[in-house]
Design a protein around this ligand. Structure first.
Ligand code: HEC
Length: 152
């Protein structure tokens, strides 16, 4: 009986400690692209970069085909099919590590983040007040590309 009680006290203390620590440890901080994870100005920069480095192969118009080989569309249902339920970090990494096709990783991390922001914009995800910051890896990993806005 005595033993049981101290075990329960012990459990309660543990639970309280975990609850108190979880915000600082970054646990359960999942976010969604519907929260507004890039700025309008950033997407404008991304549009300029996309026009210079990407548009020759990838159209930014729904249903648009640029006609330079088999480059997939990066907008609409093709974008959703490939990217829904992945994180911003996944999208950013694929772009940085593989694009532009002839010169992967040739732009700065901030430029790749701006292009990522532009892709979010043309796919109708909302702008927000904070930059999509490539140095905040944790946040990019925990921000998911959800097909529809989260409920509530
Ligand atoms: C020379 C043509 C070319 C250029 C320029 C180019 N891409 Fe690509 N891209 C491709 C091809 C071909 C594929 C498909 C094969 C692959 O995934 O490597 C592709 C694949 C992709 C994918 C994955 C598509 C998906 O959803 O499955 C993304 C995202 C992408 N490119 C973004 C970009 C961005 C952003 C730029 C500019 C920084 C860019 N590409 C420049 C040809 C190009």
């Amino acid at each position: 009986m005595q033993h049981r009680q101290s075990l329960n006290t012990c459990r309660a203390v543990l639970a309280l400690t975990c609850w108190a620590l979880s915000p600082t440890m970054g646990l359960a901080q999942e976010a969604s692209v519907w929260d507004g994870v890039y700025t309008k100005v950033q997407a404008e920069s991304g549009k300029r970069l996309f026009t210079t480095h990407c548009i020759a192969c990838h159209s930014d118009e729904p249903g648009g085909v640029s006609g330079h080989g088999p480059a997939p569309s990066v907008i609409g249902k093709d974008f959703n099919f490939r990217w829904v339920d992945t994180s911003i970090a996944d999208l950013f990494d694929v772009i940085r590590q593989t694009m532009p096709q002839a010169a992967p990783n040739s732009l700065s991390s901030q430029e790749y983040a701006d292009i990522t922001a532009y892709l979010l914009q043309i796919n109708a995800f909302p702008t927000g007040s904070a930059l999509l910051d490539p140095s905040d890896r944790e946040r990019m990993l925990q921000t998911y590309i959800d097909a529809t806005p989260p409920k509530g």
